[in-house]
Each structure stands twice: as C-alpha cells, then as structure tokens.
Write a protein that binds this ligand. Structure first.
Ligand code: SF4
Length: 466
C-alpha cells in the first residue's frame, strides 16, 4: 500500500491507518514539568472486555486486548512472549488457559533468546551519566560491572527525585515508575548473570559509523532454564516437521518422560512429488578450493538449463556466496536470477521480490535466507538447488560457545534448516518439485544427525526403515 502522510490523527485513525509514532506512552512537558502521558486512543482491557471502548480506539490495542479476553486466540511469538516476559502479572486472569499450541517449534529458541539475557543501549549508559569508554565491551565481568553501575545510578536518581521539593509538592509517579523499571532490569540482569556466569556470553558490540558504542547484548548459551517461564499452561503442543525429541527436550529444558512425541511415520505427500538428488558435487567449506566452488556453480548452470522453462529456487549459506554464484553463471541464466535477502539493496522487501518472481515464468530466486517461512507453491518453483549446507554462523560468539557445550545442537540446527529448505517448493499433496543437493557435506550432517531425522523424510532420503 502506498504511504501517505496524514496530519490529522483522528482522521488517520478513522481511516484505519497505522500509528507511525508508536509511543503509546510518552514523556511530555506540562506546565514546565516533564510527565508521561498515555496516548488518548489507548483503550483499557476492561473497556474491551466490556465492549465499552471508544469507537476511535487504537487498532493495535483493540486487537491485543481482544485476543486476551477471547476464549481462543492466535498470537505471533514476539507479541505472546512479550506478555509472558513482562506483563504476566498484569494479565494474569486472561492467561489462565489449559493448552498452548506452539507452531514452527523448531524456531522457539530464536524467539526465547530475544527475551533473556540483557541488552544495553548507549542511551541508557548516558542516562546513568556513565562513561562507556571505561568498560570493556568484550568482557563479561566488565559488563556485570556496567549493569551494577547502572542499577546504582538509577537507584540514586530515584532517591534524589523522591527527596526533591518538586516531587513532594507534585509527585510525578510515571517518571519514577520508568526509572524503577530500568533499575529493576539492570539489577535483575546482574543477578541472572551472576547466578550462572558460565552460561553467558557477551556478543560483539554494535557501533555506529564513527565507531561509538551503540548497543551490546549479553546472552545465555543454554536457554533451557528460562524456557519454562514461557510455557505455563497445563498442556503444551509443539508442532514442527523438523524437530526430534531428545535435542528439543535438551534445548527447552523439558523432561523426556513428560513429553509424548508423535513422529508421523509417512509424509502425506507422494514420494514422486518431492524427490531429492544428492549429487555430491564437491564438499564446500572454509577450506574448499576455487575449483570446487566453480564446479558447484557449473552444476547450478546445468540444472538451470535442464529447467529452462520453469521457475526455481537456489539456496546457499551466505550473501557473498549468492554473489559469487551470480558472477559465474552463464549470461542467459544470470538474467533469470533474482537475489532475495531479508533486506535488499534496492530497498525491496522479500515479499516484493517474490511477487516479481511470480510474474517471471522462468525466474529463479537465489537466497541465503529463504530456507524457512516462504511458500513457493505450485509453479512458483518446480526445482530447488541446495548449493551449500547452511551451518549456523560459527563466527558468532554465542554460536561458538553453544556448539562447544552442546555439539549435537549444531548438527540439529543445520539439519533442521536443510529439511526446512526441502519443503519450500512442495506445499500440498498435488504440488511437486525436484530438489538437488550439491554440497557433499550434507552426508556428514545426515550421518551425525541420523537419530534426529523425522520419519517422514526416510523415503526421499533412502533411509532404511527395517
Ligand atoms: S496507543 Fe495506539 S495509537 Fe496510541 S501511540 Fe500507541 S499504537 Fe499509536
């Protein structure tokens, strides 16, 4: 949809447009004094429950509160986990349910990790009048010191404000509440990290273009200790086509005895519609030679020639690899390619690139990010090429630490991504596509992860079920 600037808030709301300011509660100056003001469109949950909200109420909160007061509701992970992490007490009476169903359960760790550990932003360090140059942003102890200094500074600010004459005359509770929340988070972060220091790693700090510190995150290697606070109903159902019981239980801190595992013995889609060719062209790794790389690209060219009148998908492990493939393909096949990343150079979204692809009868998507969550049904893709095994990013500190502590986790992450990739182009019983795997390293992943492969893949992978 085209965007349009609307200066009249009420009219924008009436037209059902979204709020691009998004500060549901903001600090404003009233009579020379800073206070927090709640957006006048924000309804209360009680109003939504009793259906007494204003007709102009904010759509976002209407949806959110509607979901909370409904008998059954459907959430995205981020919205649901935000409530479970920060507002559980506030919405307690609405969260009392018997069952929660978690779809795409193989992605839960990526969701939980966003809610545990600690993110520190430069604005908070400034607000606490601390000098970021005093801290070593690669060292866990120094980060613990920083959270401690922040908690101390927030506590002092709160005390000073409470004792001030201005506050005594006209108390600004909103301001105090905000500071108290930031104090509690800093203090809690220190307690969390200190209680299990070996479980935390400091990721690389993010810096701005001038090299100044912007944000840093301290994350747990093992999320299992935190996961259960997100799963609180009496029963949970985790759904995925690509998880296995033991690594899922280990990762999520579930006792295997408490979990019943349903491994569908057969795929509901006919085998001939989802054939997989392990072509074993070359093993691609950090040490592979230029010759190996070019041999793989030559094979991609050949497969594209064989499918010259169809749409397809090429998956690889990184953006530089996508660019290399594009550089060495034949001119004819290069023209068919559309690079598709989660963020694209020309500002196009992933969905926009896929819509363009849908209008090109012989278009081929080339990506390192379309392994999951994309639906290339029917003739949107009739062949898919897995050029390189998608190992998790070993250069990330947390990945490295987790791999060293849980070697099977690394295999299970890789396997899950490959199996997810297999499913991108076969979306229903009548849909079909041919899959080619070029990287020989895939055999290693299947071998190491043989216990983790769901039964529904046994037929296409030629695994003996006897
Ligand atoms: S309450 Fe709704 S309309 Fe108001 S700032 Fe928040 S999102 Fe925007």
């Amino acid at each position: 949809m085209d965007s349009e600037k609307v200066n009249n808030d009420r009219r924008a709301m009436r037209w059902g447009l979204t709020c691009d300011k998004g500060e549901c509660q903001e600090r404003v100056n009233k009579n020379g004094k800073e206070i927090f003001e709640v957006c006048k469109f924000k309804p209360t949950i009680k109003q939504v429950e009793e259906n007494t909200q204003d007709s102009l109420s904010c759509h976002y909160y209407m949806q959110k509160y509607d979901a909370l007061v409904s008998k059954h509701s459907l959430w995205n992970y981020h919205a649901f986990f935000t409530i479970m992490k920060f507002n559980k007490k506030l919405f307690e009476e609405y969260l009392d349910r018997k069952v929660t169903v978690f779809d795409e359960a193989h992605k839960i760790e990526d969701q939980i990790i966003q809610f545990v550990g600690f993110d520190i932003f430069s604005g908070q360090v400034d607000e606490c009048n601390l000098n970021s140059e005093k801290y070593d942003f690669t060292d866990l102890d120094s980060m613990i010191q920083l959270t401690d200094d922040m908690a101390f500074s927030y506590a002092k600010k709160i005390k000073d404000i409470k004792e001030s004459a201005a506050f005594q005359n006209n108390p600004d509770y909103e301001l105090i509440t905000g500071l108290e929340r930031r104090h509690d988070r800093s203090a809690q972060a220190k307690i969390d990290i200190m209680s299990d220091k070996d479980n935390f790693v400091v990721n690389e700090p993010m810096k701005d273009l001038n090299g100044n510190f912007r944000t840093i995150s301290v994350k747990p290697i093992d999320v299992s200790k935190f996961a259960n606070s997100f799963f609180e109903t009496e029963y949970q159902i985790f759904m995925s086509a690509t998880i296995d019981k033991s690594s899922f239980c280990e990762n999520m801190g579930l006792r295997q005895d408490d979990v019943a595992f349903v491994d569908t013995p057969k795929s509901p889609f006919p085998i001939e519609n989802r054939s997989i060719d392990l072509l074993n062209i070359r093993r691609l790794s950090y040490g592979s030679t230029e010759k190996d790389e070019l041999e793989v690209i030559k094979t991609i060219d050949r497969i594209m020639d064989e499918h010259s009148d169809e749409r397809g998908l090429i998956l690889t492990s990184s953006i530089p690899r996508c660019q290399k493939i594009l550089r060495y393909l034949s001119p004819k096949n290069t023209q068919r390619i559309r690079l598709c990343h989660s963020k694209n150079k020309d500002g196009k979204t992933q969905d926009e690139v896929i819509s363009e692809h849908a209008t090109d009868p012989t278009g081929v998507l080339l990506s390192s990010s379309l392994w999951e969550g994309v639906d290339l049904k029917d003739d949107l893709s009739r062949f898919q090429i897995i050029a390189k095994v998608p190992y998790p990013n070993y250069t990330e500190k947390r990945t490295r630490a987790k791999m060293n502590k849980f070697p099977l986790w690394y295999t299970s992450q890789t396997l899950t991504k490959i199996l997810q990739g297999f499913g991108r182009s076969i979306r229903s019983e009548d849909d079909w596509a041919k899959t080619y795997v070029l990287d020989t390293a895939v055999n290693n992943v299947f071998f190491k992860g043989q216990q983790m492969i769901p039964k529904a893949y046994y037929d296409v992978l030629g695994i003996d079920t006897a």
